[in-house]
Design a protein around this ligand. Structure first.
Ligand code: BGC
Length: 798
């Protein structure tokens, strides 16, 4: 068996290079013929199926592990004691489902030596192939242990929603739960049991391409989203046919990679780990996530995929996580490149004994664990523990009762009306209005001529974002279509690119073929057509940003600028002196002070997915009100990175400026404008002291003083002024509420604060809440408002 360091095919096979598509397509058709034969041969009703149970070990008796009325733990134990060492190790191996899976893995499947398949290619849409492999495992292996099939549905499967970073900007975890539930439904429709999501890595560095996949820089909001994601995927019963098993990833610290370069090293103190990087994982585990993925990065001197402290001490022992840990793609193999394992056997031993239960893609476990157990260097108990965890999840998924899936063509499960309506709502709620000078937005629907300028104006490709599973360009509503649909039939929308989007050229191993610096500015002369159209138009909209290949895995940037020719195009158009509305499409915050200065309006639309054009147009024309708020600070310049709102105070807070640029970000965490104006009154507290067991009410009077209805996101921040546990952030988000008010309407918005919200982890991982002084803000963002103060007191104090 090969033990490759493999890079995965592009996240969206359909949008891959032509030769790749061609190769896959020909494999697919060849395979279809082959399958027609094999699948039909095994399609006859199985005699193993006894209606309520399956005779998996083919002995004619209902054994405990086959009996759905038995408690899952008894079933796991019963099965485990029947398994050979080889079969137990087999459960710990995840193979890649490719065209030749049958040829490559049929033998191993029959011996019960494959636990799972990962799907990434177009074959994923072939449930018959999935069932075929499952049949070999169930009907042709000794104990008939079913396989579990996994894939990545990060922001949708076929109905592609906005990237997770965007969805977090909706400040509505309930909405995320709903989008993930649709994602689960579509993923399950092709026969997938398990998705490698939600990605819950806290990130403070926009150079890192994977910032797109997470929720931003705040552990509180991130925790709410992590839990919502898990609930959305798993529902109340992950065995339901329209649900999937969730996987929290990447455990842990991956978002802190040095220099923002993917896969890079991280150094995170226990204090910072506990207070910032772990909470989202803990929230996901508490919400019932059945799996966790160990990360690629080296964490404080030990790779995360061999880190006993985080995997076993914290996750399994302290948090009592009962599911299994899967490595990231060949991460066990990579322990050798990371220089802590000399050979495959060492890599396998280190990962397994640290707590990684299943090895994704590389085959160090399957190749080397048995001899190590026989030689006594690994205890069989360790294998038993890992195998039990995998089996427990398979029982939870109901695979022992329902190993096969419906093979009817799953297209009807995709892009259903409820999914599309939700996708549009998600776009509307996740866009963030960054500037709106003189109320240039919303635009009038009576406009007769709009110039839509920039390489993304009619794009249906890059709007999908970086992890678009089976998303297809043809499903995407472009901005041009969305805008046209709002205007009278005789209105003109002139779409001019002005320049191209830069791409990313890679070698087959994933390394860069050429440095992807953005092409140099071509100068105003090249933009003549665009300038002319803008001159003639009643309104100018510029659709600017990044290609989707600049975000996601292995797609870090060293700059946060717009590609240079887009910047030049913007300057050429802005020089006309007419109001310019900029729509930004990007997977990360971009540092654009010049655009902020010159544009009349800026709408951050991120990568919005299939309903991008419709949702953006709803906002542009005021059919919906902007509700999004940033969940990540937007730097003024890349040199500020990392810049985040919840930092500690220094000993000299008034000093430490940059001599050549501002210290504060361009837009702070929590920022976002509306089409109306809200007035926040003073923060009032119900008492000056808080006793253990009591609550204090913080309230603010909120008034819509503008002329349109709108949604305020009232954000509650606290600051613990002195803590012996360790320094506390200058502000910490602890609660928030979205409030819709009509013009002139006022509301008293109240929040209850109690002792548990006021604590933090100390350097030893203990949760501490100390008496002392606290500040509270109720504000529109992390940089606004005036705090009120109260004291947390011990029982007997006043
Ligand atoms: C990524 C994971 C993903 C896995 C499987 C890895 O390269 O880091 O996020 O789940 O591949 O596709």
């Amino acid at each position: 068996m090969p033990n490759p360091i493999r890079l995965k095919p592009p996240a969206s096979g359909f949008r891959a290079s032509a030769p790749f598509v061609e190769a896959i397509t020909s494999i697919k058709y060849g395979l279809a013929t082959f399958l027609a034969t094999v699948v039909m041969a095994s399609a006859s009703p199985t005699t193993l199926d006894h209606g309520t149970w399956i005779d998996l070990n083919k002995n004619g008796r209902k054994d405990v592990y086959e009996d759905p009325t038995q408690p899952p733990e008894k079933r796991v134990a019963d099965l485990l004691k029947r398994m050979t060492l080889d079969e137990k190790i087999g459960q710990l191996f995840q193979a890649y489902r490719e065209s030749d899976a049958d040829a490559a893995y049929g033998g191993l499947l029959r011996q019960g030596k494959v636990g799972s398949f990962l799907d990434g290619s177009e074959l994923i849409e072939n449930p018959a192939l999935r069932n075929h492999l499952q049949r070999i495992a169930v009907e042709e292996s000794r104990l008939g242990v079913p396989l579990i099939f996994g894939t990545d549905s990060i922001h949708g499967f076929r109905t592609i929603f906005p990237i997770p970073l965007a969805q977090a900007c909706a400040w509505e975890p309930e909405l995320f739960e709903k989008t993930q539930a649709i994602s689960a439904r579509e993923t399950a429709a092709v026969g997938i049991d398990w998705t490698f999501a939600p990605m819950v890595d806290l990130a403070r560095d926009p150079r890192w391409g994977r910032i797109a996949e997470g929720f931003g820089e705040d552990p509180y909001l991130g925790s709410l989203y992590a839990a919502a994601g898990v609930r959305g995927f798993q529902g109340t019963n992950p065995a339901d046919p329209d649900r999937v098993i969730a996987c929290l990833k990447h455990y842990v610290g991956y978002g802190a990679v040095e220099g923002g370069r993917d896969y890079n090293t991280t150094e995170i103190s226990e204090y910072t780990l506990r207070n910032f990087y772990l909470p989202q994982f803990r929230a996901g585990v508490e919400a019932g996530a059945w799996t966790v993925m160990s990360a690629f990065n080296c964490l404080s001197g030990m790779p995360a995929s061999a880190n006993h402290h985080t995997l076993t001490d914290i996750l399994k022992n302290e948090w009592k996580f009962r599911g299994f840990i899967v490595s990231d793609w060949a991460a066990v193999n990579e322990l050798m490149s990371q220089g802590i394992a000399a050979n495959p056997a060492e890599a396998a031993r280190l990962a397994l004994t640290a707590g990684v239960d299943m090895e994704m893609l590389s085959s160090n476990y399957i190749n080397t664990l048995k001899p190590q157990v026989l030689a006594g260097t690994i205890r069989e108990k360790t294998i038993d523990e890992a195998a039990s965890r995998v089996l427990r999840v398979k029982f939870a998924r109901g695979l022992f009762e329902r190993p096969y899936v419906d093979e009817s063509w799953p297209e009807t499960a995709f892009l259903k009306p409820d999914a599309l309506a939700l996708a549009r709502e998600a776009v509307v709620k996740s866009c963030v209005l960054l500037k709106d000078e003189n109320n240039v937005l919303p635009l009038s629907r009576q406009l007769k001529h709009i110039a839509l300028i920039g390489p993304l104006g009619d794009d249906t490709n890059d709007l999908l974002g970086c992890w678009c599973a089976r998303g297809r360009s043809r499903d995407v509503v472009s901005m041009a279509s969305g805008i046209r649909a709002k205007l009278a039939p005789d209105a003109e929308v002139t779409v001019i690119h002005g320049c191209d989007l830069p791409g990313v050229e890679r070698n087959p191993d994933g390394s860069l073929a050429a440095r992807n610096r953005s092409p140099s500015a071509s100068g105003e002369a090249a933009f003549g057509q665009a300038v002319e159209a803008a001159r003639r138009a009643d309104a100018i909209i510029m659709a600017l940003g990044e290609p989707d290949s600049w975000s996601g895995e292995n797609a870090s940037r060293s700059s946060l600028d717009l590609p240079a020719d887009q910047m030049a195009l913007f300057n050429a158009i802005a020089a006309l002196g007419k109001p310019v509305v900029v729509i930004l499409i990007n997977g990360r915050p971009l540092a654009l002070p010049e655009v902020q200065n010159k544009a009349a309006a800026i709408l951050e639309a991120w990568a919005p997915g299939v309903q991008g054009g419709n949702g953006i147009a709803d906002l542009l024309f005021g059919d919906a009100d902007p509700e999004g708020r940033l969940t990540v600070s937007v730097p003024y310049d890349v040199g500020q990175v990392p810049v985040y709102y919840n930092h500690f105070n220094t000993g000299r807070p008034q000093l430490g400026e940059y001599v050549d640029g501002p210290r504060d970000p361009l837009y702070p965490f929590g920022f976002g404008l509306t089409y109306t104006t809200f007035k926040y009154g003073e923060v009032k507290l119900s008492a000056g002291t808080l006793k253990p067991g009591g609550t204090i009410t913080a309230s603010v009077n909120l008034t819509n003083i503008g002329s349109r209805p709108g949604v305020a996101v009232v954000q509650l921040y606290i600051r613990d002024l002195v803590s012996s546990a360790g320094p506390r952030p200058v502000r910490e988000l602890k609660d928030f509420r979205k409030v819709r008010l009509t013009p002139g309407e006022s509301r008293e918005v109240q929040f209850a604060l109690s002792k548990p919200e006021l604590g933090s982890y100390d350097r030893n991982g203990r949760w501490v809440v100390e008496p002392g002084e606290f500040q509270v803000w109720l504000a529109k963002d992390s940089a606004s408002g005036k705090p009120a103060e109260f004291k947390l007191v011990d029982k007997d104090q006043d």
